[in-house]
Ligand binder design. Structure first.
Ligand code: GAR
Length: 207
């Protein structure tokens, strides 16, 4: 059975959706570790409630970004982690880290990439006045929010939306599609050709 780690920095609603998907059997791999960039993340409480071990690596305790990532990698190797799922992890992974887990790191981002990259994609789309935004699940490469796209789902921005109402709809989509993407990944059904990701052997015979 594959083992994976979820990286968090905040509330952890996506972590919760992943925990629930593991419990339902939608995700078969073992969620073996939660890694947080801060000890303030509510996600850590969710991990504890679910009996999942967690570790905090705060960049402020290290001399530089490279050294924190080196330390995380040491722990991931000790825990025999096969792949990594970023779920609201608000730190940019160094190229060193990405090389260690090339094409084995997934991320979810609250916009239709490449629009509204970065740490406030949801708010940026809203304040920009976009009529449509959405959710992207993608592989992580060495550039910010740049890796090959696995899923994209559009979410319209309504005239009477507040940031909170939009966030709620974005989260609903995230909580549905992230476990689906993880399940496809663990079954080795995502085939990457250049920037394109194809779903292999699906029920409708894709690819
Ligand atoms: C999610 O909306 C996720 O897409 C976003 O952080 C939120 C975390 O929520 N990620 C990024 O913006 C990455 N650039 P959660 O802690 O409740 O899962």
């Amino acid at each position: 059975m594959k083992r994976f780690a979820v990286f968090v920095s905040g509330n952890g609603s996506n972590l919760q959706a992943i925990i629930d998907a593991c419990q339902k059997g939608q995700i078969k791999s073992q969620l073996a570790l939660v890694v947080s960039s801060t000890d303030k993340a509510y996600a850590l409480e969710r991990a504890e409630k679910a009996g999942i071990p967690s570790l905090v690596f705060n960049v402020r305790d290290y001399t530089n970004k490279q050294s924190v990532d080196r330390d995380i990698v040491i722990h991931l190797k000790q825990e025999k982690i096969d792949f990594i799922v970023l779920a609201g992890y608000m730190r940019f992974l160094t190229p060193f880290f990405v090389k260690q887990y090339a094409m084995k790191i997934l991320n979810i981002h609250p916009s239709l990439l490449p629009a509204f990259k970065g740490g406030s994609g949801l708010k940026d789309a809203f304040t920009y006045g976009a009529k449509v935004t959405g959710v992207t699940v993608h592989f992580v490469n060495e550039k910010i929010d740049n890796g090959a796209i696995i899923f994209q789902h559009a979410v319209p921005i309504k005239d009477d939306d507040t940031l909170e109402s939009l966030e709620e709809r974005i989260h609903r989509v995230e909580h549905k599609i992230y476990p689906e993407a993880i399940a496809l990944f663990e079954e080795d059904r995502l085939k990457v050709k250049g920037r394109k990701v194809f779903i292999n052997g699906g029920p409708s015979g894709e690819c």
